[in-house]
Design a protein around this ligand. Structure first.
Ligand code: FES
Length: 354
């Protein structure tokens, strides 16, 4: 099972008017564990005034680049992001879990593909990692990026994108869309939704066959843009999506199917077994474990980051939502513990199975 490690903040810089970039030093002995695929994210934790704050942030660096960098948009009232922007200093330590997530590419030097990135706001963070890694690692591939923001000054990683455009003028197409600034061309104005995506696609992708699309942004954008890409002819399994923000919850549907009384949960972690009773009132397996003093991995608790991924070896559970697992993982019996409640009286979960 993945564990938290203390990583030192190597650098911190302002990124747009309301975001920061944090570079984390990964010591040599942890580099294998922290090796990541472009697009993955990191659970990050800090103790503040006796309270544990845990969030998940996407990596923005290119593959094999150290120190490892993450991008954090400052949310008004967001405890972690405000702490990161105002108090966190170079030399401080953060607790960080190794990279995770299925939204990623595996660059292959011999590939010659066309990638489409569609990002809104801080959704650019994993997409930037993907773009850089593909342009560097696949010399015959090219990338088209549609990137939506309110204004230029709140656009994260704009300098990095222009620098990439300078390095790869023939292989990278950048198209910005702003919702709160006048634009000379209509196509560059507004928010990226299904209609805007089709408009952009019509202008800039006509006659181009896109092999893979990576869509990252708020919950409201993901489904409509992914559906529009499929409508435009892309195969569903070539449209990869990662959402941020709080997704819609469907707790009621899950609780209707799950047990109304308690259950016995056993977990296998690092070769050891632990059991605890899950009360009928516990919202999910992660919370039930915490009530019994058993710490299970988690980060977002929203069904997105998949930090809580585990395998159901015996018994049955139901998930309320799943935005973090691929269909093949669900078919093989993987679940998100933060979204799961038992259906059977006894459940055996294997955290060691990958
Ligand atoms: S903790 Fe993020 S999906 Fe469960």
């Amino acid at each position: 099972m993945k564990q938290f490690h203390s990583l030192k903040v190597a650098a911190k810089s302002r990124e747009a008017s309301d975001a920061v970039r944090i570079a984390l030093d990964v010591p040599e002995e942890l580099r294998e564990e922290f090796a990541f695929l472009p697009g993955q994210h990191l659970p990050v934790q800090v103790e503040r005034d006796g309270k544990r704050l845990r969030r998940t942030y996407s990596i923005c660096s290119r593959r094999d680049q150290w120190p490892l960098e993450i991008g954090i948009r400052v949310q008004p009232g967001g405890q972690f992001s405000e702490y990161a922007a105002t108090e966190l200093q170079v030399g401080d330590e953060l607790q960080v879990m190794p990279p995770n997530g299925q939204f990623h590419v595996k660059p292959e030097a011999t590939d010659g593909k066309c990638y489409l990135g569609v990002a809104a706001g801080s959704g650019i963070t994993p997409v930037l990692s993907i773009i850089q890694s593909v342009l560097d690692g696949e010399k015959d591939s090219r990338v088209i990026l549609f990137y939506g923001n309110r204004k230029q000054r709140t656009t994260m990683f704009i300098e990095d994108l222009y620098a990439l455009k300078n390095r790869f003028p023939d292989r990278l197409q950048l198209h910005f869309v702003f919702s709160q600034e006048e634009q000379e061309f209509e196509v560059a104005a507004g928010r990226i939704d299904a209609d805007k995506l089709k408009e952009l696609h019509g202008h800039f992708c006509s006659g181009i066959e896109v092999d893979e699309a990576f869509v990252c942004g708020p919950d409201s954008m993901i489904d409509t843009v992914s559906a529009a890409l499929i409508e435009l002819g892309m195969r569903a399994d070539c449209v990869h999506a990662e959402r941020f923000g709080a997704p819609r919850r469907t707790k009621a549907a899950a609780s209707a199917e799950s047990r109304k009384d308690g259950a016995e949960i056993t977990v296998i972690m690092d070769g050891h077994k632990k059991s605890f009773a899950m009360s009928k009132d516990a919202a999910n397996i992660v919370d039930a474990a915490a009530e019994q003093g058993v710490e299970l991995p988690y980060s977002c608790k929203g069904g997105v980051c998949a930090t809580c991924r585990t395998h159901v070896r015996e018994g049955e559970v139901r998930m309320a939502t799943n935005y973090g697992l691929e269909p093949w993982e669900v078919e093989k019996g993987f679940v998100l513990a933060c979204q799961s409640r038992p259906v059977s009286r006894a459940v055996l979960l294997d955290y060691d199975k990958s």
